[in-house]
Design a protein around this ligand. Sequence first.
Ligand SMILES: NC(=O)c1ccc[n+]([C@@H]2O[C@H](COP(=O)([O-])OP(=O)(O)OC[C@H]3O[C@@H](n4cnc5c(N)ncnc54)[C@H](OP(=O)(O)O)[C@@H]3O)[C@@H](O)[C@H]2O)c1
Length: 336
Amino acid sequence: MTIPTRTLGTNGPRVSALGLGCMGMSALYGDADRTESIATIHAALEAGVTLLDTGDFYAMGHNELLIGEALRTAPAARREQALTSVKFGALRGPDGGWFGYDGRPAAVKNFAAYSLQRLGVDHIDVYRIARVDADVPIEETVGAIAELVEQGYVRHIGLSEVGADTIRRAAATAPIADVQLEYALITRGIEDRILPVTRELGISVTAYGVLSRGLISGHFTTDRQLGASDFRAHSPRFQGENLQHNLTLVEQLRKLAEQKGVSVAQLAIAWVLSRGEDIVPLVGARTRERLTESLGALDVVLDAADLAAIEATVPADSAVGDRYPSAMMAHLDSEH
Ligand SMILES: NC(=O)c1ccc[n+]([C@@H]2O[C@H](COP(=O)([O-])OP(=O)(O)OC[C@H]3O[C@@H](n4cnc5c(N)ncnc54)[C@H](OP(=O)(O)O)[C@@H]3O)[C@@H](O)[C@H]2O)c1
C-alpha cells in the first residue's frame, strides 16, 4: 500500500496524509494493551505512515517511552521514515492532576532534553507547546524552540490549539510548519477565523479528534463503561442526552456510509481529508484493526454530491455539548 503524502507548511516535512496519534495508547481512553500498541505503531510504519504524534505529558512520559520502544524494535528502514511530533508544556501531578502550562524558554529546553531521552532519538521532527502559557509571550516560547532548531535538536516548529492572533505572532517569530487543532465533521470551529489565517500564512493543520474521540467512529455505544480517568467520562459531548443526540447523528451518517460501502469512521476521516491538502488528520487508532479501518479512508473518494449529502446529514454545529469540560475550554487560546 502506498500512502499519499502532504507537506506541513511551506518548509515543513513531507508526511503521510494520515498521521498516527498515540495518546490513547497510554492515557485518557481507558486501558490500552502495550503489546498491541507497539504492534499498531509497527503496522502503521509498515503501511507507510510516517507521522507519529505524542505529548510528554501523556501518562507522564509513558507514551514517549512506548514510541521509543516501538522505534527501537522496528526494522531500520521503518525507524528512519518515522517523524515525531511532540507536545510539551502541560504540568501534571503524581495523581494525574493538571496544573497549567509552562512555556518559559528554560522549561522548553528542559522538556526537550527529557523527550529526546525517552524517545531515544537525536532530534524531534516537530515540537510544540500543547497550550499557550498565559504568563509567557508566545514569541519567547517559539523563540526557545527556534534555538533548539538551530542546535539540531528539533527540525520544525508547530503550535497547538491556538487562535488566529497567536498564530500570526508565532509565525512572525519563526517559521511554523503546522498547528494542531481539533477538526471533525461535528467540530468545525476552526473554519471561520483560524483556517483562513493558517492558509494565508502557508501553515498546515494536523487535525486531531477527527472521530471526536470515538464518538463519531460508529463503534461508540451508550452502554460503554468509562472509567474516571477516561476523558470521555468528563466530556460534555458524551453525557446523557447530549450523547443520545450525538449518536443519532452518527446513525444518520451510517446510512450514507453504507450507501458508499464504507464504514462510518472511514467516511468521517475521508471528510477531513477532503478539506484540503493543508490538512493532515491524526487518527487515534490503538489497535491494528482500528488502524486498518482508518487507513481505508485514504481510498474513499468523496464527490460533490457525497460532500453535500454529508453536510446536509451532519450540518456544522449539529452536535450538542462542548468539546472539552469548561475548565479545559478556558485554556484553549483557539476558542478566544
Ligand atoms: N493538540 C491537542 O490538543 C490534542 C488533543 C487530543 C489529541 N491529540 C492528538 O491527536 C491524536 C488523535 O486524537 P484522538 O485520539 O482523540 O482521535 P480520534 O481518532 O478522534 O479518537 C480516537 C478514539 O476513537 C476510537 N476509534 C473507533 N474507531 C476508530 C478507528 N477506526 N480508528 C481510530 N480510532 C477509532 C478509538 O477508541 P477505541 O480504541 O476505544 O475503539 C480511539 O481511542 C491523539 O492520539 C493525540 O496524539 C492532540
